[in-house]
Ligand binder design. Structure first.
Ligand code: ZN
Length: 874
C-alpha cells in the first residue's frame, strides 16, 4: 500500500544515541548497533525497527540475549517485545557489500581487489545497514567505530569529528568518529579503502578552524583541486549571504565512480559521483566545471538546509531540496553570469519538469502519496520546488527573505520540519501571511497564464488582463487559482522602457514592477502611458507558468532586439522561434520567421551582445520543448523542422560571415576557464554547428582541425559532435582517436558514449547497439548506463522514437535487465516513456504495447513497478 502524507504519525519510539561498530571487509561486513531508546511511557506501540536484507546474528535487550519468541523479523520489520523507555537494544548483523549491485546501503565501488567501501542512505538505505527506525524525524547522536585490515583499508571515515584511532591485532586498525549534532539515519555515512586526499585549512567567519579534505582514488586525486576551490567559495558565500557557518572540525568529501545520483550531503562526509567532483581541462568541459561548482555548493549548503534543519517526513523533501537548489542557483548566479544561469535553469525546468507536470507522472512539489520514495527525487520536487522558493524570496525582497531564513533556521535548528514551518517562519519574520503559497506545493500541473493588453489612446491608459488556468492532471481533477507574481515592464515602440504609474503606487515611477494574480482573472491598469506599449511579461521567469500571450512577431522582435535584461531578451527570442517553427510546420513561412531571422542576423553582425548570450540566442528551443506543445507528436518531424529553422538562420547570417567569425574566435583558442574564454568557446561551437548545416565541406575540415588542436575538452568534444552529426569523412578517425586517448578515463569515456548516442535520426539505435558491444560498456555502472542509454532515450527524441517502435522495445528489454541489478537506475530510465500518450497514433500504439508488456512482468522492483504503472495512467 502506498505511503500517504495525511497518514503521518509522530514516531512512537525515538533513539537518543547510537553506537555503531563496523568490522569491514569486501565480501561480508558485520555491524553492531547499540541504540538507547526513548518513548513516551504511556504509549503502547511495540518497538518496531526497519531492516532490509539484514542477516541477524544476535540481539539483546538491556544486556540480555532475546529469546526467539521475544522478537519477530518479517516483511522488513523487526518487532521486539519488552522494550521500555530508556532500554538499550544491541543487534549484530551481517552485510554483503560486494554483492550489493543496487548501490544502496553499504556497497563496493570498483573491483574487489582495488575498490573501496562506501554507503548511500538517503532515503531509506540506513535500514540496509542496521535495524533502526529509518525515518527522518528520528534524530540521534552517533558514535561510529570502524575496524578493518590496515593494508586493504588504510583510510577509515565516518561523519562527525574524529575521536581516536589505533592498531588492533592481525594487521587490523580502528578509527572512531563522534557527531555532536543529532541527525536522522539518512545522513549517516562511512567510507573505507585506499584513498588519497588533498586538504586545506579553513577558518569560519565565526572562528572555527576546519580541515577540508577531498578524497579520491590515486589515479584521479590530481583532479580535485577545482572542487576544493569551489568548496571554499561556497562556504564563504553561505557565511556572507545567510550567516551560516560550518559546524564540525572536519569536512570530508569523497569521489566515487559508482553512484546512483549526483551527490549526497551526509553530515561531515559528503559523497560525490565523480562526475560532479573531478575536473581538469584535458577531460572536463566548461559545462562540467560549472556543474562541479554548483553540486559542491548544493551539498555544502545542505549542511544547514537539510541537515541542521531536516524534513519531518519524505513528503517534505522539497523543504530541503527546493530550498537548496534555490540557494545553489543564487550562488552560481553570483559566481558566474546571472542571466546565463537563469537561462540554463529555466531551460532545464522546461525540458525536465514541464513534461513531468504535463503527463501521467505529474505530482505536486509536495506529493500526496508514493509507493517508492526514490521515485520522487524528481525535477518537480527539485527544480519546481526551487522556483517556489524563488517566488517567495522575490515577494519578500532580499532583506526580508534573509530575515525569514534567519527565523526559519533559529526556530527549527536540530528539528525535523515541514513546509508549513518554512512558510510560517518566512511570513512571520515579515509580518506577512504566505499561507496562500502553500497551494503551489499541493497542486500539480503547470499553470497557463493568459495575458491580453488594451491601450486606451484617449485616456492614455493601458489595461493588462491576466487570467490563469491549471489543466487537470492524472492525480488531481480539480485545480485552483494560485498566487502568480508577474514581473513586468512596458516598452515603447522604439524599444525604451516606460515609467510605470499604477493606482496603488504613490512613490516615484519605476520601469519594472510586480503584479500578483491570485484569482482566476484580474485587470491591472497603468496610467500616463504615452503610446501603445509592448509588454515584457514574467521577467526573469518570475513564476513557473506557461505564458500564453498573443504577442505578434514584431513585438517579440522588438524585445529580442532591445530588452536590456539578458534573460528576457533570450525569452523573447525563444517565443519568436516557436512562432517561426509553427509557421514552418504549417507550411506558411511568414512574419515570425522573417522577424526571428532578421533580428538574430542583425545581432550577430552588430556584435554588441555578449558572446555567451549570443550563443544562447542563436539556439532555438529544444525538440522536447516543442513536443510539449503538440497533441500528436512526431519526433522525427519536429527534428526535421528544427533543423530547417537552423539552416535558414545559418543562411540568413551567411556562410561567409559564419566562417569569418569562426576563424576569429578560433584564433583566440585557449583552455582558460574565465568567463570570457568560456563564452568564446560556446559561441564558436554554435557558429561551427550553424556553418556545418549549410556548408559542411567548409565546416568539416574546420571541425577536424579543431579536434586535432583542441587545447581542452570543450573544443575537442564539440568538434567530435559536429563531425559525427554531419557524418563527416573525418568522423571515424576522430572517434577512434578519442576512444583510445581516453581509454583509462571513465568520465571522458562516458562523454564518448554520449556524443554518439545523441546523433539524431533513425540510425541511432543501431549505433547504440554497436556501442553496447564496446568492452567498456556495462549495465553495472550507473554513469555508463546514463551516458549511453540515458543519453539515447532522453536526449535523442528522433532516435529513440523510431517509427517502427524498435527504440521502445530496446528500452523495455534493458529496463528488465537493469531492474535486477539496480532498481533505482532502472526506474529513472523508465521515465523516458513519459508522454507516450501524446505521440502520433503509430508510435503511441507501439509504445503502449511495450510498456504494458513490462508492467505484466513478474518480479519487478517496487521502484520500476510504480513508474511503469504511473506512466500507463491516462
Ligand atoms: Zn540536494
Amino acid at each position: 500500500a502506498p505511503t500517504r502524507l495525511d497518514a503521518y504519525r509522530a514516531p512512537a519510539w525515538r533513539v537518543e544515541t547510537v553506537e555503531l561498530a563496523f568490522d569491514l571487509a569486501i565480501d561480508t561486513t558485520e555491524v553492531t548497533a547499540r541504540l538507547r531508546l526513548r518513548c513516551d511511557p504511556t504509549q503502547t506501540q511495540p518497538l518496531r525497527l526497519d531492516g532490509e536484507n539484514l542477516e541477524l546474528l544476535s540481539i539483546a535487550l538491556d544486556g540480555t540475549a532475546l529469546a526467539a519468541d521475544a522478537y519477530r523479523y518479517a516483511n522488513n520489520v523487526l518487532e521486539i517485545d519488552g522494550a521500555r523507555d530508556g532500554s538499550v537494544l544491541e543487534t549484530r548483523v551481517r552485510l554483503r557489500p560486494a554483492a550489493n549491485t543496487a548501490l544502496e546501503g553499504l556497497y563496493l565501488s570498483g573491483s574487489a581487489e582495488a575498490g573501496f567501501l562506501l554507503t548511500q542512505c538517503e532515503a531509506e538505505g540506513f535500514r540496509h545497514i542496521t535495524f533502526f527506525p529509518d525515518r527522518p524525524d528520528v534524530q540521534a547522536l552517533y558514535t561510529v567505530t570502524l575496524r578493518a585490515d590496515r593494508d586493504r583499508f588504510p583510510v577509515l571515515l565516518a561523519g562527525g569529528n574524529p575521536d581516536g584511532a589505533g592498531e588492533l591485532d592481525d594487521g587490523r586498525h580502528w578509527a572512531r568518529f563522534v557527531d555532536p549534532h543529532p541527525k536522522p539515519g539518512y545522513l549517516f555515512a562511512v567510507v573505507a579503502g585506499r584513498l588519497q586526499s588533498i586538504e586545506r585549512d579553513y577558518l569560519t567567519a565565526d572562528g572555527r578552524a576546519v580541515t577540508l579534505k577531498i578524497w579520491a582514488e590515486a589515479d584521479v586525486i590530481d583532479r580535485c583541486d577545482y572542487a576544493m576551490d569551489a568548496l571554499e567559495r561556497a562556504m564563504r558565500w553561505d557565511e556572507r549571504t545567510y550567516g551560516r557557518n560550518y559546524d564540525l572540525d572536519v569536512f570530508h568529501v569523497v569521489a566515487t565512480h559508482d553512484f546512483n545520483m549526483g551527490a549526497m550531503e551526509n553530515k561531515g562526509l559528503n559523497i560525490f559521483n565523480a562526475k560532479y567532483l573531478l575536473a581538469d581541462p584535458g577531460s572536463s568541459t566548461d559545462d562540467e566545471y560549472r556543474h562541479v561548482e554548483s553540486v559542491i555548493a548544493h551539498e555544502y549548503f545542505h549542511n544547514w538546509s537539510g541537515n541542521r534543519v531536516t524534513c519531518r517526513d519524505w513528503f517534505q523533501l522539497s523543504l530541503k531540496e527546493g530550498l537548496t537548489v534555490f540557494r545553489e542557483q543564487s550562488f552560481s548566479a553570483d559566481m558566474n553570469s546571472a542571466p546565463l544561469k537563469r537561462i540554463e535553469d529555466v531551460s532545464l525546468l522546461r525540458r525536465a519538469q514541464f513534461p513531468e507536470d504535463a503527463g501521467p507522472l505529474a505530482h505536486p512539489v509536495r506529493p500526496a502519496q508514493y509507493s517508492e520514495i526514490n521515485n520522487f527525487y524528481t525535477a518537480t520536487v527539485y527544480e519546481k520546488g526551487a522556483e517556489l522558493v524563488r517566488m517567495l524570496a522575490g515577494r519578500l525582497g532580499r532583506e526580508g527573505f534573509r530575515r525569514g531564513m534567519d527565523l526559519y533556521f533559529a526556530r527549527n535548528d536540530g528539528k525535523a520540519a515541514t513546509l508549513e514551518d518554512f512558510l510560517a517562519a518566512l511570513g512571520e519574520a515579515n509580518h506577512t501571511d504566505l499561507g496562500p503559497y502553500l497551494a503551489w506545493y499541493a497542486q500539480a500541473g503547470t499553470p497557463r497564464l493568459q495575458a491580453r493588453g488594451e491601450y486606451d489612446e484617449a485616456r492614455r491608459s493601458y489595461a493588462l488582463t491576466l487570467r490563469q488556468h491549471t489543466p487537470a492532471t492524472a492525480s488531481q481533477a480539480q485545480t485552483h487559482p494560485l498566487p502568480i507574481p508577474v514581473k513586468l515592464a512596458l516598452f515603447d515602440r522604439d524599444g525604451r522602457m516606460m515609467p510605470l504609474h499604477m493606482d496603488a503606487q504613490t512613490s516615484k515611477a519605476a520601469t519594472e514592477t510586480v503584479v500578483v494574480l491570485d484569482t482566476d482573472e484580474s485587470t491591472f491598469v497603468f496610467h500616463d502611458v504615452p503610446s501603445a506599449p509592448v509588454p515584457s511579461l514574467l521577467r526573469g521567469f518570475s513564476a513557473p507558468v506557461i505564458l500564453e500571450c498573443d504577442y505578434d512577431a514584431a513585438e517579440l522582435a522588438l524585445l529580442l532586439r532591445h530588452d536590456p535584461d539578458g534573460f528576457n531578451r533570450w525569452e523573447a527570442g525563444q517565443q519568436l522561434a516557436t512562432l517561426a517553427y509553427a509557421e514552418l510546420r504549417d507550411g506558411a513561412p511568414g512574419h515570425a520567421l522573417d522577424a526571428w531571422l532578421g533580428a538574430l542576423s542583425d545581432l550577430f553582425a552588430r556584435g554588441e551582445v555578449e558572446q555567451a548570450l549570443l550563443a544562447n540566442l542563436l539556439t532555438p528551443p529544444t525538440e522536447v520543448e516543442w513536443a510539449e506543445r503538440e497533441a500528436r507528436v512526431d519526433p522525427a518531424r519536429i527534428h526535421a523542422l528544427r533543423q530547417q529553422l537552423q539552416r535558414q538562420l545559418a543562411e540568413r547570417i551567411g556562410a561567409e560571415a559564419l566562417q569569418q567569425r569562426y576563424r576569429t574566435l578560433a584564433g583566440e583558442a585557449s583552455a582558460a576557464l574565465d568567463a570570457a574564454s568560456q563564452a568564446q568557446r560556446r559561441l564558436k561551437q554554435r557558429v561551427l554547428e550553424l556553418l556545418c548545416l549549410i556548408a559542411p565541406d567548409v565546416a568539416q575540415p574546420l571541425a577536424a582541425a579543431q579536434y586535432d588542436s583542441a587545447p581542452g575538452m570543450t573544443d575537442r568534444l564539440g568538434a567530435l559532435a559536429v563531425l559525427l552529426r554531419s557524418d563527416a569523412p573525418q568522423a571515424a578517425a576522430a572517434r577512434a582517436h578519442y576512444r583510445q586517448r581516453h581509454a583509462d578515463n571513465a568520465l571522458a569515456l562516458d562523454k564518448w558514449f554520449t556524443v554518439q548516442a545523441q546523433v539524431p535520426g533513425e540510425a541511432a539505435l543501431d549505433r547504440v547497439l554497436m556501442l553496447e558491444r564496446d568492452p567498456a560498456f556495462t549495465l553495472k555502472n550507473p554513469n555508463r548506463v546514463q551516458s549511453l542509454l540515458g543519453a539515447f532515450v532522453r536526449a535523442n527524441p528522433s532516435g529513440f522514437h523510431r517509427a517502427d517502435g524498435a527504440g521502445y522495445r530496446f528500452l523495455a528489454e534493458r529496463l528488465v535487465q537493469l531492474d535486477a541489478l539496480n532498481p533505482q537506475v532502472a526506474a529513472r530510465l523508465a521515465t523516458a516513456f513519459n508522454g507516450w500518450q501524446r505521440l502520433e497514433p503509430g508510435r503511441r500504439q507501439a509504445a503502449r504495447a511495450v510498456i504494458e508488456d513490462v508492467a505484466d512482468r513478474d518480479g519487478l522492483s517496487r521502484n520500476l513497478r510504480e513508474i511503469v504503472a504511473n506512466v500507463l495512467k491516462q
